[in-house]
Design a protein around this ligand. Structure first.
Ligand SMILES: NC(=O)c1ccc[n+]([C@@H]2O[C@H](COP(=O)([O-])OP(=O)(O)OC[C@H]3O[C@@H](n4cnc5c(N)ncnc54)[C@H](OP(=O)(O)O)[C@@H]3O)[C@@H](O)[C@H]2O)c1
Length: 295
């Protein structure tokens, strides 16, 4: 069923994981969407490092709001080539925001849980960001820029997103083949986050666009969980269907070789957004139950 948006939405990064799920919920008359390298149905080419927005999507006055999903979204990739990630994640996006505001289009920017250093957890919007990953530094730079140039914007600091299709490369579906194979499964028991199902992300983004709420909001699942707790939740549901020979081996997130030290606890409180738009994302346990019921 198409969502009841008022004006036309510009979806920048329509070819993203979140973007594809969002576009599936809209009619083609409700949006124009872009891709950069990976064309997908209903999108037009836009590279924010080499093109101006109007070249790709025409008269910007046709749009009411723009959802900014585009970017280099992998922390390791950002730090591997800092000049390129700066060009995309900061300079390109700032130029896009400038063009949007000049045309009277309201920006909705999707930021990240990684604006926090992960030392505290259960972050609320009043907690001070202090990114330790370059990716988080870049997200925060755009947040700061936005709040310096307009009051009519929304920033959604998104938590780890998961999907429900095998091969989608997300948390739970990645584990299923390993569980099938059996054996030892090493998993971080210290890393905590607020994982959120992609359909719940889409619900929230559409409600933010419809309600035109302003300011910075945390967008995550209803609970802070460790990566190991997520794996155990999935294993419990798999075991309710069939026996599996998996031994979980706890470790620390920074035992894995990342280019930068990972923040440990980036769990976020979502009460502010829930109160504003009235959304209630599903719990991991319920998702894992439906995942196994659907198999
Ligand atoms: N997924 C998560 O768990 C998560 C968590 C926190 C925050 N976020 C944020 O949520 C948003 C969506 O995440 P996602 O995982 O769905 O993203 P994604 O799948 O990694 O997609 C990134 C998007 O950016 C586009 N893009 C890349 N370089 C570009 C350029 N130079 N010019 C214009 N567009 C460019 C890509 O286009 P092509 O693919 O066509 O090249 C793609 O549409 C991102 O802003 C991300 O930082 C995601």
């Amino acid at each position: 069923m198409a969502a009841p948006l008022v004006g036309k939405l510009l979806v920048l990064g329509g070819s993203s994981f979140v973007g594809k799920h969002l576009l599936a919920r809209l009619t083609t008359a409700q949006y124009t969407a872009t891709y950069a390298a990976n064309a997908c149905p209903g999108t037009v080419k836009f590279d924010c490092t080499s093109m101006r927005l109007a070249e790709a999507v025409g008269d910007l006055a046709a749009f009411d709001q723009a959802l900014l999903l585009l970017g280099d979204t992998q922390p390791d990739s950002c730090v591997r080539d800092p000049a390129r990630s700066q060009a995309v994640n900061v300079d390109g996006i700032k130029r896009v925001i400038g063009d949007l505001l000049a045309a009277g289009v309201r920006p909705i920017f999707v930021s990240s849980e990684f604006v926090f250093d992960g030392n505290k957890g259960r972050y609320s919007e009043t907690d001070m960001p202090n990114p330790i990953l370059l990716y988080g530094v870049q997200k925060l730079a755009v947040e700061r820029y936005l709040e310096s140039v307009t009051e009519d914007y929304a920033v959604l600091r998104l938590a780890k997103v998961y999907g429900g299709e095998i091969g989608d490369g997300t948390l739970f579906t990645n584990w299923l083949p390993a569980i099938e194979r059996g054996g030892q499964q090493k998993c971080a028991s210290d890393q905590r986050f607020s994982p959120i199902y992609v359909d719940d992300v889409v619900d929230a983004l559409l409600k933010v666009a419809e309600s035109r709420v302003r300011g910075v909001f945390h967008l995550g699942g209803p609970e802070g969980l460790s990566r190991m707790e997520c794996l155990e939740a999935l294993l419990t549901q798999v075991r309710s269907v069939r026996p599996v020979a998996v031994e979980t081996v706890p470790c620390r997130i920074n035992d894995f070789e990342f280019s930068e030290t990972r923040p440990v606890d980036v769990s976020m409180r979502i009460d502010k957004l829930a109160a504003e738009i009235g959304f209630s994302p599903r719990r991991v346990e319920d998702f894992c139950h439906s995942l196994m019921a659907a198999k």
